[in-house]
Design a protein around this ligand. Structure first.
Ligand code: RET
Length: 247
């Protein structure tokens, strides 16, 4: 209908959002189920990872129900206003999800690498800067949004540096098995996380692709970054005693 087109509301997106919500919910129960089969001292990664997919399930429930978004004026009217609109729906609920879950994903990785807590704390704070600048940038209409985006990208560069350099070496020093699970999950994370600012740039940032395509882009990233990542991490830890990581 005309109203939806005016605000560039997604027309096919919600089915995909429901499907992702179902995947996140299933993953949560699987991770928790695997956890309770283990002694309490061996559950830390199950709990962290289940919390990640649990929060994502609720975020996707919101987006599938067409909630958690606000229309933002876009700077230039694109050629086909039916597709791109003069406003764009910005799902701020994504950032609430990311604000909770990206620190937990980093904890999964940095605890695996046995990093000292001051490093973990600082990386998480930088991560929160990254998410908040992304949110503010998404809500700003003028080209200042790219200033926020730049701050966020610098924050991401620091996180990537810690993951690919410091934490990787730390993990290797803890043994081959720890090094291997860190290499797998750390590489997956690095690869996926650098794709997020690209998605942001063509969706919230530049309004280049339609909200229906945004659904696909972010959904694939989120499924890889949460349930797939989580399954690989938990699988990788199956023979590693958390006591070896200082947990
Ligand atoms: C933003 C925009 C500002 C610049 C940068 C960003 C990076 C976001 C990232 C998000 C990761 C989300 C994950 C979600 C899991 O489901 C905020 C898009 C650098 C890296 C892993």
């Amino acid at each position: 209908n005309g109203k939806s087109a005016d605000i560039a509301i997604t027309v096919r997106g919600s089915d995909v959002y429901w499907a992702v919500c179902a995947c996140m919910t299933t993953a949560t129960f699987v991770f928790l189920g695997l956890g309770i089969m283990k002694p309490r001292q061996h559950r830390v990664f199950h709990y962290i990872t289940a919390a990640i997919t649990m929060v994502a399930a609720i975020a996707y429930f919101s987006m599938a129900s067409n909630l958690g978004w606000t229309p933002i004026d876009v700077e230039f009217q694109r050629s086909d206003p039916k597709v791109r609109g003069i406003n764009r729906e910005i799902f701020y609920v994504r950032y609430i999800d990311w604000f909770i879950t990206t620190p937990l994903l980093l904890m999964d990785l940095l605890l695996t690498a046995g990093m000292p807590w001051p490093t973990i704390l600082f990386v998480i704070l930088v991560d929160e800067v990254m998410i908040v600048t992304g949110l503010v940038g998404a809500l700003v209409r003028s080209s200042y949004k790219w200033g926020y985006f730049t701050f966020g990208c610098v924050a991401l560069l620091y996180i990537v540096y810690v993951l690919v350099w410091e934490a990787r070496r730390h993990a290797n020093a803890l043994g081959n098995d720890v090094g291997r699970v860190f290499l797998l999950c750390g590489s997956l994370t690095t690869l996926l996380w650098v794709l997020y600012p690209i998605a942001w740039g063509v969706c919230e940032g530049g309004n280049v692709i339609a909200p229906d395509s945004e659904v696909a882009f972010y959904s694939v990233l989120d499924l890889m970054a949460k349930p797939v990542f989580g399954a690989l991490l938990i699988w990788g830890h199956r023979d590693i005693d958390p006591a070896r990581l200082g947990l």
